[in-house]
Write a protein that binds this ligand. Structure first.
Ligand code: BGC
Length: 823
């Protein structure tokens, strides 16, 4: 069959068929099916698949709607093939028997990718490659017997990106990430991470955006739209309420339906509606007694029926097992694949042979219905059909690393928050004396956290590199002391991590170098300014601690004390740089220093980004996305953290209900160190002229307000709209963020009028007893601020009659009795 003259004939006759039918050969990619999924290119199938009559099978005919073709494919699959397709291909580079990473054996199409879907050669179905995520593409930078490198760009961590409050910029970051995903041959990026910052100690907070669901949803939608504009997919994760790492697979989180809908799901809801991620990843934890990957209310009723999600759901890696070790135990039961697949969790990742067997057995016995199998396979195949792998995309392995480095540099600078700036300490431009730079992290910046979110970048710019690149000179004596110490300590730490789980080892803070007072004193003579970096690292698999982590450690306090005393004695200033992934304590030491910059973990260009802000090249405009409490115990969830028993908690109750983050601090009058939405600038802004489109609400409403740069330096400001709703029938936070806009770069004296929109759901609370989102009748207060506590303009409007905004289906039935915190 496969002789070349036959193929030529087929090609020609096929071409003419397509032309006759009005579909031109080159335009085939533009043709979309009813779901907006591009039809395949002709190259996507092999001619050897022509059936006996020399004709295309239905599934190969790109002129037919995708849905018809997929049904044809499924009808041609054996049960064994179906079962294979419902699970992933395992973890390339991971030995499923010894449960260890290996460079031997199966490495997959893109080494270092986290997994993929089943390749069904017989029917021309390729594997779809999925890879972490989220701060850039995580793949192996080097390959066996290959001299080329495959480095990806380490972008700022999620919290840093969200701190920009700039959806346009985040969309560009998404475009840059998507370019690397596509050009390295990957189909789906396993990100963004969208869990809510419930508590400062969650080890993965750095991957996530905020304590606020609106901000989370808007930033995720922006990045997903950017990534997916490349024709590759995303996996918004971890759906839902994966808010702690300790025993993340075995933990059962008791959460009220109201807190679920208003806090833990709302960001996903916004994202699904505004960006339609190709996939969603269910989380490890249980909610009210059932694994999320087995919850039909979550994965089907809410996600698809209520919100209109069109994509596919996959489990997190080994999701549905109570711990990582279980799948590798001999004779261990599999996850409950039937419950998972029936709930609408279409794909089981990374896929174990025992799971395939269980699927086959349950298909045979009828426990797993043909209808469920068909639905899940349809969604998996829809993903396959729209993937670059299916259209045989010829990826270059040469993404725009240079251009993307510029994108990450800008994003990290804009995500940097100026927490304190007494007497205009910053920007600092004097280059007359070398800068005295303290703190080991200054010499080895932390670009991002550990675990699956750790990108393999080609280089990382430290603070000293960045300042040097910007033309500052660095004190050489200090550099001479710090550098060898850092190299030595880091090597030991990496060795320790390697022995303790490698990628998933809990990172340890490196002890500060002890400097005697004489050296510091000496430097306060020769340098005009001191910089101290405080560093923190954390990641997947464990949470942070209060001592020596949320709170500064004794060696760090000593360093800040000694440097501040010496420099202040000479009338010189001290700047602290916080190279951290999560919130820390600042109240006890902030008065000792003159300025505090918070760049978070800013990606591979971090040192350059901080130097841009330090020198004034970029005027800081970042704002906090999570409250900085005065002390850890002030955070509402700290009382219910981390569940019981503390060492390996199996049960945690979210008794703080909807009072997460600023909703708690501001409603209960607990004064934070730095409030949600806070961040300073080198210039000043005036906010005035707040005007609503009407003083009574009907279908929607807009608020116009004018921002004027009244200072001397160009800058951007974030306009934050907080709404206070009547709370006669339902307990409500004092105010909630309902809209925000970032201005353009305003020159001194320049103004911009921005428009913020309120929709009915923004007025509503979820009332579980009525299964509905309801907006109470009464007076609503709009506050426009530049932080959640710095409200500059206020105006009221009324809602004449109670509004039932949306009816919902009863979900998340409680498994234990508890009451949400009320005001
Ligand atoms: C993480 C996910 C990640 C997956 C694949 C899991 O351990 O929780 O975020 O995408 O591994 O690496």
């Amino acid at each position: 069959m496969k002789n070349s003259s036959f193929l030529k004939t087929v090609k020609i006759s096929l071409l003419s068929t397509l032309i006759i039918s009005g579909i031109s050969w080159n335009k085939k990619n533009d043709i979309k099916d009813a779901n907006g999924i591009p039809l395949l290119t002709i190259n996507a199938f092999t001619f050897s698949d022509l059936n006996q009559n020399g004709k295309l099978d239905k599934y190969e005919d790109t002129r037919l709607p995708i849905s018809d073709r997929i049904q044809d494919l499924i009808s041609k699959m054996t049960d064994d093939e179906k079962a294979s397709m419902l699970i992933g291909i395992g973890m390339p580079g991971f030995d499923m028997v010894s449960a260890k990473f290996t460079t031997e054996g199966f490495q997959g199409k893109v080494p270092g990718a986290a997994g993929g879907t089943y390749e069904l050669k017989r029917l021309g179905i390729p594997t779809v490659v999925v890879s972490d995520g989220p701060a850039g593409l995580r793949i192996n930078p080097k390959r066996n017997n290959d001299s080329k490198t495959y480095y990806a760009t380490a972008f700022p961590v999620g919290t840093s990106l969200a701190s920009t409050w700039n959806t346009e910029l985040i969309n560009n970051v998404g475009k840059a990430i998507g370019n690397e995903v596509k050009e390295y041959g990957v189909d789906v990026l396993l990100g963004p991470g969208m869990n809510i910052h419930r508590n400062p100690l969650c080890g993965r907070n750095f991957e996530y955006y905020s304590e606020d669901p609106l901000l989370t949803g808007k930033i995720s939608a922006a990045i997903i739209n950017g990534i997916q504009s490349n024709g590759v997919g995303t996996s918004a994760k971890h759906f839902a309420a994966n808010n702690q790492e300790r025993n993340r697979m075995g933990i059962n989180a008791h959460i009220s339906e109201r807190a679920m809908r208003e806090i833990y799901l709302r960001g996903f809801e916004i994202t699904v509606k505004e960006a339609q991620p190709w996939t969603i990843m269910s989380s490890y934890n249980s909610i009210n007694g059932t694994f999320t990957s087995q919850r039909k209310d979550l994965l089907t009723t809410i996600l698809r029926n209520e919100w209109g999600f069109k994509g596919m759901v996959m489990t997190d890696w080994f999701g549905g097992y109570r711990s990582f070790s279980v799948p590798f135990l001999k004779e261990a039961p599999t996850s409950d694949v039937t419950a998972q697949l029936s709930a609408g969790n279409d794909l089981i990742m990374p896929g174990m042979p025992s799971q395939k067997q269980a699927i086959l057995d349950n298909m045979k016995s009828g426990k797993l219905s043909a209808a469920v199998v068909n639905t899940d396979l349809t969604r998996i195949l829809e993903l396959v059909m729209r993937s670059p792998s299916m259209s045989n995309y010829k990826y270059s392995d040469k993404p725009n690393l240079k251009a993307n480095a510029e994108v990450t540099r800008q994003a990290a600078a804009e995500g940097t928050i100026l927490l304190k700036n007494d007497k205009n300490t910053l920007p600092f431009t004097s280059k007359s004396t070398p800068l005295a730079i303290f703190g080991i992290t200054s010499y080895d910046f932390i670009s991002g956290g550990t675990g699956s979110g750790d990108v393999n970048e080609a280089y990382s710019i430290s603070l000293i590199d960045g300042l040097t690149n910007s033309g500052f000179s660095i004190d050489k004596d200090l550099e001479g002391l710090y550098k060898p110490y850092v190299v030595d300590q880091k090597a030991k730490e990496m060795e320790r991590r390697e022995k303790n789980g490698g990628l998933l080892a809990t990172p340890k803070r490196l002890l500060e170098l002890e400097l005697n007072k004489a050296i510091i004193d000496n430097k306060s003579n020769s340098s005009e300014l001191a910089l101290i970096t405080i560093g923190r690292n954390a990641g997947e698999g464990d949470d942070r601690k209060v001592e020596d982590d949320f709170n500064l450690a004794a060696d760090e306090v000593t360093l800040i004390n000694n440097v501040s005393e010496a420099f202040h004695a000479k009338g010189k200033k001290v700047v602290v740089v916080l190279n951290i992934g999560g919130v820390i304590e600042t109240a006890s030491w902030r008065d000792k220093v003159d300025a505090i910059l918070l760049p978070w973990q800013p990606g591979q260009e971090g040192g350059n980004s901080v130097a841009d802000v330090f020198s004034g090249k970029t005027n800081p405009s970042g704002k906090l996305t999570m409250t900085f409490p005065v002390k850890y115990e002030d955070a509402a969830a700290s009382k219910f953290w981390i569940g019981t028993p503390a060492e390996n908690p199996t049960s945690v109750t979210y008794e703080e209900g909807i009072y997460v983050g600023y909703r708690y601090f501001n409603t209960f009058g607990v004064k934070p160190a730095y409030e949600f939405g806070y961040g300073l600038s080198y210039t000043n802004f005036d906010v005035s002229g707040l005007k609503l489109s009407s003083n009574s609400f009907s279908k929607s409403m807009t608020a116009n307000v004018t921002v004027k740069n009244t200072g001397k330096i160009a800058g951007k400001e974030v306009v934050e709209l907080y709404l206070s709703a009547p709370s006669k029938n339902t307990d409500k936070p004092s105010s909630e963020l309902k809209a925000f806009v970032k201005t353009k770069l305003l020159q001194p004296g320049e103004s911009q009028t921005v428009t913020l929109t309120l929709n009915p759901k923004d007025l509503a609370s979820f009332v579980a007893s009525k299964n509905a989102w309801i907006a109470e009748a009464g007076d609503y207060k709009v506050g426009i601020g530049t932080s959640s506590l710095n409200i500059k303009q206020k105006v009221n409007f009324t809602l004449a009659k109670e509004l039932v905004v949306e009816n919902t289906n009863p979900s998340f039935a409680a498994d234990v009795k508890f009451k949400d915190l009320k005001h």
